[in-house]
Design a protein around this ligand. Structure first.
Ligand SMILES: Cc1cc2nc3c(=O)[nH]c(=O)nc-3n(C[C@H](O)[C@H](O)[C@H](O)COP(=O)(O)OP(=O)(O)OC[C@H]3O[C@@H](n4cnc5c(N)ncnc54)[C@H](O)[C@@H]3O)c2cc1C
Length: 436
């Protein structure tokens, strides 16, 4: 079957979400692959420019990684995964299969090219460099979120309470000073707190934390799954088309046109956007392009929220866990498990974290309702990849958000729409290009 996207288009469309009302945009047929936060944001910004947009997403919008995360719009989180402390924690990873960083050793041969690059990125100068690249994107995160949320009538889904990071021991706090300095160095606000101040800011915590810091600019999505459903509904209401099929391959071998294949045939377009999270790697492989993209897997459990509820999402530093008070319950999320996308989930570690959360939060009880696993799409340098693929100027990528992919989704979408509309993007994109 051959399929042509044939919606009726205005010849020239104004771009309200881009905030550039007078700028004429030539309407194009655009296929977006993947409906996580990056893909749906791209879809919405592209529709606002008047393009004929079809989104391919085989899954449910409220089940994937963009729904199960901690919901922190974490605009101060510039620290990459690869740091000297990550390297220092490798021995404990070996000894403790339930520590903050875990590797499923069976998958080591497959993971080793990514791990090798991760180690190269742990050099202190690279950490600084990668943090600055992340921070440049994070500079625009809030503004792009606000555009998406206000346009879709979903502004009530986000609060801005700040993110509180807490430390139980002097040792951990001392070791984390470079993180505090790094966050300051990229111009983010940070308030250092002592034992008493932590309890004033967050009275729902048990008095076990000796040190902490608040990054007050950070936001919090109250229910990421509900937000994803709302964004998908808005996309369709604004004339976007959703097709519930898995894309099997990408073809860029005809002048002017690009195509994707699914089990039902070929679909042609003027532009293709690859925002398939961790699975972007497989799609690029169908074009003969290899990228070192892997999943930093993570888990959550939902629990009944305590009375009174916490006011802030909390990063409990030593346990690598996030405590996230959401509208539909209390979400506890885990640190990183390294294995590939096919490996079955292992819920042992997140279950073991429940007593740690109960110990930290007043009135929290051990009853768990839902348990879940997701995939942070991560490059070894923790820097997302964005823009047209060199040599394939009609195919764009937007993946690699990693630990801050929920924060950066709308920014990935906005930059992609700007490029497709031939507008100047918000930042210089050379550092985010993929190499072919
Ligand atoms: C436990 C945990 C906690 C987290 N907490 C936070 C947080 O607090 N703040 C934050 O900013 N980030 C957080 N993250 C990271 C964030 O959730 C991810 O980086 C982000 O959701 C990735 O979005 P995405 O759109 O790039 O990918 P995804 O959400 O993975 O979306 C990709 C989509 O592509 C689809 N797809 C795959 N293959 C194909 C194909 N062949 N054809 C068509 N479609 C396809 C998939 O079905 C999927 O829906 C967390 C992640 C985890 C796991």
């Amino acid at each position: 079957m051959q399929f042509e996207l044939d919606q009726c288009l205005n010849p020239l469309h104004e771009s309200p979400m881009a905030g550039q009302k007078d700028m004429a945009v030539k309407p194009l047929k655009v296929i977006v692959i993947g409906g996580g936060i990056a893909g749906i944001s791209a879809g919405l910004f592209l529709r606002a420019d008047g393009h004929d947009v079809t989104l391919f997403e085989p899954g449910h919008p409220d089940k994937g990684t963009s729904s199960g995360n901690a919901g922190v719009v974490s605009i101060a989180s510039c620290v990459p995964t690869a740091t000297p402390s990550t390297v220092a924690s490798v021995p404990s990873m070996l000894l403790n299969p339930h520590g903050p960083l875990m590797i499923r050793w069976r998958y080591l041969p497959q993971l080793s090219p990514w791990l090798f690059r991760l180690l190269l990125n742990a050099a202190p100068w690279r950490v600084q460099h990668n943090a600055r690249k992340k921070a440049a994107l994070l500079d625009h995160a809030y503004q792009n979120y606000e555009q998406i949320l206000s346009r879709t009538g979903l502004s009530h889904m986000m609060r801005r309470p700040g993110l509180l990071t807490v430390f139980e021991t002097d040792r951990a706090w001392k070791r984390a000073q470079w993180i505090v300095n790094l966050i300051k160095s990229v111009g983010r606000e940070i308030e250092v707190l002592n034992e008493n101040e932590i309890l004033q800011v967050e009275p729902g915590l048990e008095p076990i934390f000796r040190h902490g810091f608040l990054t007050p600019e950070s936001g919090h999505i109250l229910n990421p799954g509900k937000l994803m459903l709302g964004l998908h509904d808005a996309f369709r209401a604004e004339g976007g088309t959703t097709i519930s099929e898995r894309v099997l391959g990408i073809k860029d071998n005809q002048p002017e046109k690009v195509a994707i294949t699914t089990a039902n045939g070929e679909f042609f377009a003027d532009r293709i956007v690859i925002t398939a999270g961790t699975w972007s790697k497989q799609l690029l492989a169908t074009m003969g392009i290899r990228v070192p993209l892997e999943a930093e897997r993570g888990y959550h459990v939902m629990m009944k929220h305590p009375e009174p509820n916490l006011h802030h999402p909390i990063n409990v530093f030593e346990d690598s866990m996030f405590l996230s008070p959401m509208e539909h319950g209390f979400r506890l999320t885990s640190g990183v498990e390294l294995a590939n996308t096919e490996a079955p989930p292992d819920f042992t570690r997140i279950r073991r974290m429940i007593p740690r959360a109960v110990r930290a939060v007043k009135g929290l009880r051990e009853e768990q309702s839902r348990i879940w696993m997701g995939y942070r799409p991560s490059m070894p340098d923790s820097v997302p990849r964005l823009g047209a693929i060199p040599g394939h100027e009609n195919v764009f990528v937007g993946f690699g958000g990693g630990h801050i992919g929920m924060t950066l989704g709308p920014t990935i979408g906005k930059i992609t729409a700007d490029l497709i509309a031939d507008r100047e993007p918000q930042i210089e994109l050379t550092p985010y290009a993929i190499r072919t």
